[in-house]
Write a protein that binds this ligand. Structure first.
Ligand code: SF4
Ligand code: MSK
Length: 658
């Protein structure tokens, strides 16, 4: 008998798909649509109408040229750079939208929103050099929004948040000319530079890609994280539930999916309004149940404990439960196929951004001036749709509990309280060898292999090896759905050192930091660790690695690039999209490591991903002269440092840019 193909590591999702063999999902399409082997490895160029050119064959790297004469490394570098530009554009627009909402609030045009975290507003104002003491909150908010918005159209100079990075990290960027000027400028320049007849030097193209990625990490995404915290509150640990079992048979079920949380925040408030609950009851439902998906889920989970139905690959199976009355989407990672699946059930798909229209969906374009009314309209639409539910779905009841809500600020607080919060305990735990290192486990879940499976494998193996994990995006949903985001996970599965640290502080061994844009929380944490002292005095050189084992999107590539430029080696799963060119691969792995102490590595084998991550961590420990990691054997002593290392440490100035 032929062995059944496992589509996902989420047993509930698998059951739902199994129960409806006639329904097509992304898993079926992934089976049918094999990747083009030429484009897949970066050997195809379609940047002009003399092509597309396929640069394949024996010794293609040295012998093949497109019609224009572009050699393979140029074609591959251009492909990589354009992915970075597209990803930066996504996060950049997200940050821009959040900044405009803050401006509208400050100017009194968006009455449904407030500045919920004044402390964070002041902290951000301080970073931006804006006076805040004794001034009305909304005046400060206006100045912050206006200053941040300069980052998008700036033509010369440096983006505002660049100065938050450790001085040494900034010096590297300056030395190699990759300090970003303005968001739109860097994106436009990559597109310009990579068109036919422009830059023909792979290294120069990749420098531009890094500059563009930094406009994301220390620009668009960081703006988004900060402004979202200012408007909706900086997250603190909160319990929530995860998996496709979060839907309720006897309640109106609404999903918020995408990335920008402004409308979702209003829906969170609307579903608790007594009139709407009464209206739901009048239609025969017991109440209204709100859940999230992908990164909009992460945003409302981090701040309100709203349950997550999972990550990217759960979109169609969620509708196949037959229990979703309204599926509201904002921007990014929304697969158009949801409309086709929804047609087979009663689910209404509601698009809310003019950048995301899908024929067959109801379009209610988000307008911050009437946001609460729009949220109520959507909730009513869901309630009105509840009586249309049929019995033809297939649902599960299994779900996991999880803890999310670990912001930079909370992690600092939990290591010393309100007045003595710091990163000292974490640095000490790493120095002592209790914690071997830190891994940022991030990125999408991918239907091309049992989705979420590699996240689960790496999560369990890393914590077993005393590696503290910080997770974001769909990786958090993957770990949450598996039941890994709990303090008990540390007791049962973490290595002895990590377990001791987690028990002492009362945290899970995997800290859910938020959405994809919140990868910037990892940057600010790494910066704080550098400032704390005892480890590296820049982000590069920390025993820290980023892994996106099942990545899908161009955003992921942009994130990986800004981590590499900031000094963190990143490992991406799947076949390399730059495999065709040895030269481009060398630049991403060797040249970037030499220049920035970060690297971009592609590795399809999960066991090798793990080994590579641990190798980077152990080599960083050795370079920092920390004791060799041995499970269960801790020390509070550093091994003796030589004079050069001591001089280097003395010379390092504490960084106060956070
Ligand atoms: Fe071919 Fe050059 Fe045109 Fe690319 S830019 S499609 S390599 S001719
Ligand atoms: S949602 S970018 S599938 S992580 Fe941020 Fe998930 Fe990847 Fe989208």
């Amino acid at each position: 008998m032929e062995k059944k193909k496992i589509r996902t590591a989420q047993s509930g999702t698998e059951k739902i798909i199994d129960s409806m063999p006639d329904m097509e999902t992304c898993f079926d399409r992934a089976d049918k649509m094999k990747p083009c082997p030429i484009g897949h490895e970066g050997a195809c160029c379609k940047n002009c109408h003399m092509g597309p050119c396929r640069l394949v064959g024996k010794d293609a790297e040295n012998t093949m040229k497109g019609v224009c004469g572009a050699k393979l490394p140029v074609v591959t570098a251009r492909y990589f750079a354009r992915m970075v530009a597209a990803g930066t554009a996504c996060h950049g627009d997200h940050g821009r939208d959040m900044a405009f909402t803050l401006l509208a609030v400050a100017e009194g045009h968006a009455k449904d929103f407030q500045v919920k975290d004044v402390k964070k507003l002041y902290r951000t104002a301080d970073i931006l050099g804006i006076e805040f003491e004794g001034r009305p909150v909304l005046d400060v908010a206006k100045d912050v929004a206006t200053k941040i918005l300069e980052d998008f159209g700036r033509q010369r100079g440096e983006m505002n948040f660049i100065k938050r990075a450790p001085k040494k990290t900034q010096d590297r960027w300056k030395k190699y000319g990759i300090v970003p000027r303005g968001m739109d400028r860097e994106i436009a320049e990559v597109m310009d530079r990579t068109t036919m007849g422009m830059d023909a030097d792979p290294e120069s193209i990749l420098d531009a890609a890094l500059r563009c990625s930094l406009a994301n990490g220390w620009g668009g995404s960081m703006i988004s994280t900060d402004v979202t915290d200012i408007l909706f509150g900086t997250p603190m640990p909160v319990r929530a539930e995860a998996s496709l079992g979060i839907f309720r048979e006897d309640e109106v079920n609404i999903i918020v999916h995408g990335h920008e949380p402004s409308l979702a925040e209003m829906i969170v408030e609307a579903v608790s309004e007594p009139e709407l609950i009464e209206y739901a009851k009048s239609k025969g439902a017991k109440g209204i149940n709100l859940g999230g998906m992908c990164c909009t889920a992460n945003e409302v989970l981090m701040r309100h404990g709203i349950a997550t139905a999972g990550g990217f690959t759960n979109q169609e199976p969620a509708i196949m439960t037959g229990l979703i009355d309204a599926f509201t989407v904002d921007v990014q990672c929304i697969i158009p196929a949801i409309v086709d699946v929804a047609k087979k059930f009663h689910t209404k798909i509601i698009t809310s951004s003019d950048k995301v229209k899908i024929p067959g969906a109801v379009h209610i374009p988000f307008d911050e001036h009437i946001a609460k009314d729009q949220a109520r309209q959507i909730v009513r639409l869901a309630i009105d749709n509840y009586p249309n539910r049929t019995k033809k779905g297939s649902f599960i009841t299994e779900k996991s509990t999880m803890v999310g809500g670990f912001s930079h600020e909370y992690i600092e607080y939990m290591q010393g309280g309100k007045y003595r919060g710091s990163f000292r305990p974490l640095n000490d735990a790493i120095i002592a060898g209790r914690v071997r290192g830190v891994v940022g486990l991030a990125g999408c879940d991918n239907p091309r292999w049992p989705s979420t499976g590699i996240h689960r494998y790496l999560a369990t193996e890393l914590i077993k090896n005393d590696v503290l994990i910080v997770s974001t995006g769909c990786s958090s949903a993957a770990c949450g759905g598996a039941g890994y985001l709990t303090p008990e996970m540390a007791l049962e599965n973490a290595g002895p050192g990590l377990r001791e640290v987690c028990e002492a502080i009362g945290i899970p061994p995997i800290l859910h930091l938020g959405a994809c844009v919140d990868n910037t929380r990892i940057l600010t944490i790494a910066t704080a660790m550098a400032a704390e002292g005892g480890l590296s005095d820049e982000i590069g050189g920390m025993p820290a690695v980023g892994i996106a084992p099942e990545w899908i999107t161009e955003k992921a590539v942009s994130i990986g690039a800004y981590f590499a430029a900031s000094g963190v080696p990143v490992i991406f799963g799947g076949e390399s999209p730059v495999k065709a060119s040895k030269e481009v691969t060398r630049i991403l792995t060797e040249v970037w490591f030499e220049r920035y102490r970060g690297a971009f590595v592609f590795e399809p084998d999960p066991e090798k991903m793990l080994a590579t991550a641990l190798d980077y961590i152990d080599k960083a420990r050795a370079a920092l002269k920390l004791k060799k990691y041995e499970p269960g054997k801790f020390t509070t002593e550093k091994v003796l440092m030589d004079m050069t290392a001591r001089r280097e440490m003395k010379a390092a100035k504490p960084h106060v840019g956070l």
